[in-house]
Ligand binder design. Structure first.
Ligand code: FES
Ligand code: FES
Length: 163
């Protein structure tokens, strides 16, 4: 069947043999966007997190048919060197990654959280950011999430004062 998707702002019409194929395989193997990672394949670790219409989704367990006509954002579309997302800036400031494998998923989960709540408490972070990092970067990650929230709030203030 033909699946229509918008991925990182680009429209795609993809011929997919099985509409139940996980979105992760479409992103990685068909669109060749390798930033979204495979970890557990069971919606347990969060390595495969991306956004579907702004919501954090574990794409290893999300059939591509559910993404039909929706906007997908992967880590490659979160920001860029010229215009990094606050999460990316904060991650660099706090030198969060160790091996790096889990980090795109954490960053996408954090970006989705901050889009709804730019000032999360530690409890809200614990409740919402439930990905797994085998290198145990959680301590730096928490600091970076708070910093990303600060940067997000600054951006929101700047947008309000300039409009
Ligand atoms: S690979 Fe999807 S949650 Fe672990
Ligand atoms: S940085 Fe290595 S698994 Fe998280």
């Amino acid at each position: 069947m033909t699946i229509l998707l918008q991925v990182n702002g680009v429209d795609h019409a993809l011929e997919i043999a099985d509409e139940n194929m996980p979105l992760l395989w479409v992103v990685r193997d068909i669109l060749n966007l390798k930033g979204t990672k495979f970890g557990c394949g069971k919606a347990a670790c969060g390595a495969c997190t991306l956004h579907v219409d702004g919501e954090a989704v574990r794409s290893c367990s999300y059939a591509v048919k559910f993404a039909m006509n929706k906007k997908i954002t992967t880590i490659e579309g979160l920001g860029n060197e010229q215009n990094p997302h606050p999460v990316q800036k904060a991650w660099v400031e706090h030198v969060v990654p160790q091996c790096g494998y889990c980090q795109p998923g954490f960053m996408m989960a954090t970006a989705a959280l901050l889009s709804k709540n730019p000032n999360p408490s530690d409890e809200e972070i614990d409740k919402n950011i439930i990905n797994v990092c085998r290198c145990a970067t959680y301590y730096r990650m928490r600091k970076a999430i708070h910093r990303a929230g600060e940067l997000t709030r600054e951006n929101l203030t700047n947008e309000t004062t300039s409009s």
